[in-house]
Write a protein that binds this ligand. Structure first.
Ligand SMILES: CC(C)(COP(=O)(O)OP(=O)(O)OC[C@H]1O[C@@H](n2cnc3c(N)ncnc32)[C@H](O)[C@@H]1OP(=O)(O)O)[C@@H](O)C(=O)NCCC(=O)NCCS
Length: 173
C-alpha cells in the first residue's frame, strides 16, 4: 500500500464521513441514511465500536496529512461459519488510484491471519462496474448473479454480482 495506512475511525473523522455521503455514488451504492452531521456521527459510532465482534472498520489515510482516502469494513463476521463480508468506498477526489483494491486486499490478508475466517464475500450491484473492478483487482472470484437481492440508495432492488476470496486463493498480482 506504499505510503498509505489503514487506521480505525475516530470521532474527529465526522466531517470526512459527512462529506463522503454527499457524493451521489456513495449515496446510491453504500446506502443513504446520512442526512445530517448527526447521522454521520451515528454511523461513525457504529464503525468505531468493534465490541460486538461481528465487524471491523478502517479508514485509509495519507499519513502525512492524515487525509482520508477510502473506507473499508469487514462485516457479518461469522466465527462459526468462518466467513465475513466486505464493503468499501473511496472519496470522490481519490478515485482511480487503486486505493479501494489495495485496502480490500490488506483487510482480507489481515482477516485470514487474525480471524477464524477463510472466506470473504463481496457483493455489488450489476450496474456498479467500478466496484466490479475492485473485486477483480483484490483477488476475488466471481461466483454468480443474485437476482433482485439488495435495495440500494435509490430504493430499488438491484441484481448483484457475488464474489468471494478464500484464504488459500492466490493473492492479487
Ligand atoms: C467503487 C470504488 C470504491 C472504486 O474505488 P477506487 O479506489 O477508485 O478503485 P480503483 O482506482 O481501482 O478504480 C476502480 C474503477 O473505477 C473506475 N474509475 C477510474 N477512475 C475513476 C474516477 N476518477 N472516478 C470514478 N471511477 C473511476 C474505473 O472503472 C476503475 O477500473 P479500472 O482500474 O479498470 O480503470 C469507488 O468508485 C467508489 O467509492 N464508488 C462509489 C461507492 C461504491 O460504489 N462503493 C462500493 C459499493 S459495492
Amino acid at each position: 500500500m506504499g505510503e498509505r495506512r489503514l487506521r480505525p475511525w475516530r470521532e474527529d473523522d465526522v466531517e470526512t464521513v459527512w462529506l463522503a455521503f454527499q457524493d451521489p455514488h456513495i449515496q446510491l451504492w453504500n446506502g443513504g441514511g446520512v442526512a445530517s452531521r448527526t447521522d454521520a456521527l451515528v454511523l461513525l459510532g457504529r464503525r468505531m465500536d468493534w465490541s460486538s465482534g461481528d465487524h471491523a472498520s478502517w479508514v485509509l489515510v495519507e499519513p502525512a496529512a492524515d487525509e482520508a482516502l477510502a473506507s473499508v469494513s469487514l462485516h457479518s463476521i461469522d466465527r462459526l461459519q468462518g466467513d465475513a463480508e466486505i464493503g468499501y468506498w473511496t472519496a470522490p477526489a481519490a478515485r482511480g488510484r487503486g486505493f479501494a483494491p489495495a485496502a480490500v486486499d490488506a483487510v482480507c490478508r489481515w482477516a485470514f491471519g487474525a480471524l477464524p475466517v477463510d472466506r470473504i464475500e463481496l457483493c455489488h450491484a450489476v450496474e456498479n462496474t467500478a466496484s466490479r473492478r475492485v473485486a477483480e483487482k483484490a483477488g476475488f472470484t466471481y461466483e454468480g448473479r443474485l437476482r433482485r437481492s439488495y435495495r440500494y440508495g435509490d430504493g430499488v432492488k438491484h441484481d448483484e454480482l457475488l464474489w468471494a476470496r478464500l484464504a488459500d486463493d492466490p493473492a492479487p498480482g
